[in-house]
Design a protein around this ligand. Structure first.
Ligand code: GDP
Ligand code: IMO
Ligand code: MG
Length: 427
């Protein structure tokens, strides 16, 4: 049986949580494959709202086995807090599996994330401050601490000691901060180990067996295509590979198991943190989109930057990820506009670009070339099928579909689980 991957097509916060939750009824496993608690995935079920950071959205579907894959970086304190928070609301995380190969976010990662951002000043990336970048840096430098190290106190102690011998020099001598006590860290992490032990597994093997048995596996990405370390707006990106190519590495599933790549695409664009954003609106219209769309960060509470839909980016996401289906979210937010501008290409210093410019410098100079489409005035939040939508809303969908180069198979008309127009089955 196949596996499907669900990826953000823009700069994150496209509505991946809602889309994953919606598919929860049809899948057996939901696997987070990269990122960490920089993610904030919102799910609204009836009058209940859940904000998930590290836990895969499948945690909310009782028949789904939620898996944290090897590509994720885990802050164990945050994970346990999230598990306890859900338990208090009657949701069990007993089924959760955590890859033994996933890396741990350590206290020095969080300290370094904050202090390096401060030192960058105006050039800062605007990270979530959760230690994501430093944790991935240590992973690549082969000095990371992994989940499986929690099972061997001797190795754990040694790894913490080695890491802090270097990092404390950096914290104290370069950044003038206080050093971190290895013994205190060891004690803290050994306490986490006790609680996490029952969840630790060879998740790649578990998933291979599940696929052989005909189970359906959904890989849930964090962040989005333009935040990808390789394919995003570097250096204003996250430190992992949210794109479809990263899903296999981060879950331990071979590429030929993937049959669907579902791109999540917002009907307009948002971005949190620094970096280029050609269609950004810094005027009243941008504020209107932020307020109407509730565009405030789930993780950090920061204002999200807002702007019109960018078809250049959507085409890029289709190409980089091999998107087979799009889930277009938040169409309801655009109700009430007379005309809706869509960016169809960029003007870079007088030259038209139909694709993302090759260099960072050109992308920073990109000015949107807009086409305008007629809006609709009706409230569409109760729409169930395509025919319930006003003709102009349907033609907006068709336009985005043609410009993006992949079919729009579902359309979000509200945050609720049932507020979705399904055009064709996604899995
Ligand atoms: P994620 O990080 O991609 O999971 O997205 P976030 O949860 O950070 O942000 C998406 C926000 O939009 C959340 O508050 C969702 O509840 C909400 N949302 C998702 N789909 C829709 C939709 O179709 N319409 C409306 N109005 N809200 C939506
Ligand atoms: P979800 O999964 C939006 C952004 C940060 C910053 C950059 C690097 O909810 O879509 P990091 O802490 O990852 O080193 O920060 O990436 N960022 C996100 N923006 N949604 C997210 O996750 C994000 N995760 C990271 O704002 O610009
Ligand atoms: Mg989010």
């Amino acid at each position: 049986m196949p596996a499907a991957v669900l990826v953000g097509a823009q700069w994150g916060d496209e509505g991946k949580g809602k889309a994953t939750d919606l598919l929860g009824g049809d899948v057996d496993y939901v696997v987070r494959y990269q990122g960490g608690n920089n993610a904030g995935h919102t799910v609204v079920i009836g009058d209940q709202k859940y904000a998930l950071h590290l836990l895969p959205t499948g945690i909310l579907s009782p028949q789904v086995v939620p898996v944290i894959g090897n590509g994720v970086v885990i802050d164990p304190g945050v994970l346990l807090g999230e598990i306890d928070g859900l338990a208090a609301r009657g949701i069990s995380a007993e089924r959760l599996l955590i890859s033994s190969n996933a890396h741990l976010i350590m206290p020095h990662h969080k300290a370094l994330d904050k202090v390096t951002e401060r030192y960058l000043g105006k050039s800062k990336i605007g990270t979530t401050g959760r230690g994501i970048g430093p944790a991935y840096a240590d992973k690549i430098a082969r000095m990371g601490v992994r989940v499986q190290d929690l099972l061997d106190p001797g190795i754990l102690a040694k790894k913490i000691e080695v890491a802090l011998t270097e990092k404390n020099q950096v914290l104290t001598k370069v950044y003038n901060r206080r050093g971190i006590d290895p013994a205190a860290v060891l004690e803290e992490y050994l306490a986490y180990a006790e609680r996490l032990k029952p969840h630790i597994a060879d998740t790649s093997l578990v998933l291979a067996k599940a696929l052989d048995e005909g189970k359906f596996v959904l890989l849930e990405g964090g962040q989005g295509t333009l935040l990808d370390i390789d394919h995003g707006t570097y250096p204003f990106v996250t430190s992992s590979s949210p794109t479809a190519g990263g899903a296999c590495a981060g879950a331990g599933i071979p590429p030929n198991r993937l049959t669907k790549v579902i791109g999540i695409l917002k009907a307009y664009t948002t971005r949190v943190g620094s970096g280029p954003f050609p269609t950004e609106l810094t005027d009243d219209m941008g504020e209107w989109l932020r307020q109407t769309g509730g565009e405030f960060g789930v993780t950090t509470g920061r204002n999200r930057r807002t702007g019109w839909f960018d078809a250049v980016i959507a085409r890029y996401a289709t190409r980089i990820n091999g998107v087979t289906d799009y889930f277009l979210t938040k169409l309801d937010i655009l109700s009430g506009l007379e005309r809706i501008p869509v960016c169809v290409a960029y003007d870079v210093d007088g030259v038209r670009h139909d694709e993302i410019p090759m260099t960072q410098t050109d992308f920073h100079h990109a000015k949107p070339i807009y086409e305008e489409f007629p809006g609709w005035q009706e409230d569409i939040s109760g729409a169930k099928v395509l025919e319930d939508l006003p003709p102009n809303a349907r033609s907006y969908i068709r336009t985005l579909e043609e410009m993006s180069g992949a079919p729009i198979s579902a359309v979000g008309v509200g945050p609720g689980r049932d507020q979705t127009v399904v055009v064709r089955p996604l899995v």
